[in-house]
Write a protein that binds this ligand. Structure first.
Ligand code: PEP
Length: 249
């Protein structure tokens, strides 16, 4: 059985004061959640968030990690630095990083390896743009992104990795893929994992989330689909009540 995992991606939102307020509201609302609950917060809020969620069922995540262990990379953050703060999950290859910060399939793979080497659990984002969808390239894009992201990653690591299928056209736009479409597209990613590793690996080891304008209204329909193992939640993760309703779908 694949345990559902719902992760909030706060992006560049919330100061430390905002972090305290949001998490103080959120903690009691999600305490009985059946899904695994994660909040991926900006680097500057990790320490404060970690203190607040100690002893709760909420897990700590970051939004990126550098591929090098250390060195002359001004402004970057290493896996060791995240581990020291108690981070468990890290988002890698979000479409905003691909779009605005030159993230490629190769740098995604390098970050995944660096994260795993230090015991962090990557949430690897894949997904097609609207142009790619309209051009009939969904399968090509997803197979390529998935194959490259998992290059040289051993089968034994699959239980420590989450994939987030996030159609770029659905992120922050209010447009959601239909539950059926999200399900069918995630099946393409799962097939790809079966081809790269094994059928059991794809069916039982790796969890695949949906992300893209998931909210309290559409969460239960999406979560009812057999291929969808959770959600990566942007906008709706910034409000405690909304996020808790998604978590409890
Ligand atoms: C995201 O950024 O990962 C995301 C899914 O955002 P939103 O929920 O706001 O579409």
């Amino acid at each position: 059985m694949r345990q559902p995992i719902i992760a909030g991606n706060w992006k560049m939102n919330n100061t430390i004061a905002g972090t305290k307020a949001l998490l103080t509201d959120l903690i009691p609302l999600v305490k009985d959640a059946k899904a695994e609950v994660v909040v991926c917060v900006p680097y500057t809020n990790i320490a404060a968030a970690g203190e607040l969620i100690k002893g709760t069922n909420i897990k700590l995540g970051a939004e990126n990690v550098h591929w090098a262990e250390k060195g002359a990379f001004t402004g970057e953050i290493s896996a060791d630095m995240l581990v020291e703060l108690g981070v468990e999950y890290v988002i890698i290859g979000h479409s905003e990083r691909r779009q605005y910060f030159g993230e490629t399939d190769q740098t995604v793979n390098a970050r995944v390896k660096a994260a795993l080497a230090k015991g962090l659990k990557p949430i690897i984002c894949v997904g097609e743009t609207l142009e790619e969808r309209e051009g009939g390239l969904v399968k090509d894009v997803l197979v390529r992104q998935t194959t490259e992201a998992f290059k040289d990653i051993d089968k034994s690591q699959l239980e420590n990795i989450v994939i987030a299928y996030e159609p770029v056209w659905a992120i922050g736009t209010g447009k959601t893929a239909t539950a059926q479409d999200a399900n069918d597209t995630i099946a393409i990613i799962r097939d790809t994992m079966a081809n790269l590793y094994c059928k059991d690996c794809a069916e039982n080891k790796v969890r695949i989330q949906y992300g893209g304008s998931m909210n309290p209204k559409n969460a239960s329909e999406l979560m009812a689909m057999p291929q969808i193992d959770g959600g990566l939640i942007g906008g709706a993760s910034l409000k405690a009540v909304d996020f808790s309703q998604v978590v409890k779908y």
